[in-house]
Ligand binder design. Structure first.
Ligand code: BG6
Length: 488
């Protein structure tokens, strides 16, 4: 049903996130009639523009959206009526977030309406905006009007800065008002893990160290750092992907069953899981940096040749890490994660490798494909569950063969176009915090990576060719090869 009336104030209205993700997602919500009657978007930015020009620019971007496989958005799908409906809700206000006048103007504009303050800005603006909102009393709620704060990543750059940012936010807002975004939680396959694991008896009884040998979590990209060198140089793959996206995948794959679907029941289980993960040491991580190579037939430059990257940069563009979970369910089962740019394939997935059967009844038991039985959840590209197991090869001999069965969500269900922020924005409007990060979850994640944050810079990342599987030192961890399909 349609969300309650509110104004979304977007700080960073002229930025990329607004253009490419927020407005297209709001457009999709508008098309599905999920935005309430009295809905409004107020864009705030330093740029000197008018409501008309801002709106027209957003409409143009929406129409020019090329809709690649990842962004499921097609210009020919644009419904003029849905766009007009959304466009009618958009207005622009020029504002400098370092100037208190900006927040006073906002207070006048909003009056006693419900509002969501969306910080779609660089991380250095988070604290000034939070302070500005607090000082102007903009986060004070009244009986009929909520006030919420949405914060993008990066949430801090280490444990101490994340704690400091949380403390600053919680001085001016209650935890229930804060929605810390991790866009991986907006991904349908990640949400679907909850149902796969806890709506069935099929998986959960074997989902533990007794039966699981290891779990691989991969988020591999073929794209390089492109035009984001300025952001990426001081950040690197570890900070960019691990304490946020990879930890969310880890939580969804490894947490215990919550006692209800209540936001805090689920988030409590995530935090409990992360509290059981041992902090990483230098032997648990491999860092890499891509050199020139070839991806999908195109020559690509090495990381150090990219714009805004130092020629002797030690920033890692690949990280593999071995997590150990100290609880009864998982003790002894490593969770291996890897993520990187310019790799052989674009693939985000969770692979659960099962232990072999407890004794060797069949002579060729280890032979078929030489691999364990496994359960794979594909996140990107394509949402699916694959189960690979041993069967008898039909014929007179008792001979085993590997079989695989795959369920494709995309084939089984019709679904609305989705750029990835629809559920997140809708949930902010309705006040459901399930998909968002609580302060303690974020801090628990930083605590795990904190000891090795600057390890790559000190020890120099290992080179790997663009288009490869990543540095060789990580190759013998037993990964499912990126360059091949699962059946090869
Ligand atoms: C972002 C990172 O948070 O996630 C990017 O900053 C990365 O570096 C992106 O490319 C990956 O997200 P997705 O949804 O494309 O897998």
């Amino acid at each position: 049903s349609a969300a309650p009336p509110a104004t979304i104030v977007i700080f960073g209205a002229a930025g990329d996130l607004t253009k490419r993700l927020l407005i297209p997602s709001l457009y999709n919500l508008s098309e599905s009639h999920l935005l309430g009657e009295d809905f409004a978007v107020l864009g705030v930015d330093i740029a000197d523009t008018s409501t008309e020009a801002w709106r027209d620019g957003l409409g143009e971007t929406l129409r020019s959206f090329t809709g690649d496989a990842d962004a499921e958005f097609h210009p020919d799908r644009i419904d003029a009526e849905a766009w007009d409906r959304l466009a009618g809700c958009l207005s622009y206000m020029k504002g400098d977030v370092t100037d208190p006048a900006c927040f006073e103007a906002l207070r006048d504009q909003l009056g006693d309406r419900s509002a969501i303050f969306y910080l779609a800005v660089g991380a250095h603006f988070f604290a000034p905006i939070v302070d500005g909102l607090g000082k102007a009393g903009l986060l004070e709620e009244t009986e009929g009007a909520f006030r919420r704060l949405v914060i993008e990543k990066p949430f801090g750059h280490d444990l101490a800065s994340a704690q400091a940012l949380n403390a600053r936010i919680l001085k001016v807002a209650r935890e229930e008002q804060v929605f810390r975004i991790d866009h991986f939680m907006g991904k349908e396959p990640v949400q679907s893990l909850l149902a796969m694991r806890f709506a069935n008896r099929l998986f959960e009884p074997i989902w533990r160290a007794e039966h699981v040998e290891r779990v691989e979590i991969t988020a591999a990209e073929t794209i390089g750092v492109g035009s984001r060198g300025r952001f990426y140089e001081p950040t690197g793959a570890l900070r960019d992907m691990v304490p946020n996206h990879m930890m969310q995948l880890l939580c969804m794959a490894a947490m215990d069953a919550p006692s209800s679907l209540d936001a805090d029941a689920i988030r409590g289980e995530k935090t409990r899981l992360l509290a059981a993960v041992a902090p990483l040491g230098p032997d648990d991580v491999v860092f890499g940096q891509y050199e020139a190579g070839e991806i999908e037939g195109n020559a690509v430059p090495g990381y150090r040749e990219e714009a805004d990257v130092a020629p002797d940069s030690r920033t890692e563009t690949f990280v593999a890490a071995r997590f150990r979970i100290h609880n009864w369910r998982w003790a002894g089962t490593p969770f291996l994660i890897r993520t990187g740019k310019c790799l052989a394939a674009r693939r985000t997935e969770i692979v659960v490798h099962l232990k072999p059967a407890p004794f060797r009844l069949f002579p060729d038991m280890e032979a078929p494909a030489g691999s364990s039985d496994r359960i794979t959840l594909s996140v990107d590209p394509g949402h699916g569950i694959e189960i690979a197991f041993d069967v008898k090869r039909p014929g007179p001999d008792m001979e085993l063969a590997k079989a695989a069965t795959e369920f494709s969500f995309d084939e089984a269900f019709a679904h609305n176009p989705n750029v990835g922020y629809e559920a997140l924005l809708y949930d902010c409007l309705t006040g459901d915090a399930t998909l968002f990060q609580r302060a303690d979850t974020i801090e628990a994640a930083w605590r795990i990576v904190d000891p090795v944050l600057d390890h790559a810079k000190n020890a120099a990342p290992l080179p790997y060719d663009a288009g490869s599987e990543g540095p060789e030192a990580a190759a013998d961890w037993g990964w499912t090869p990126l360059g091949k399909t699962h059946d090869e």
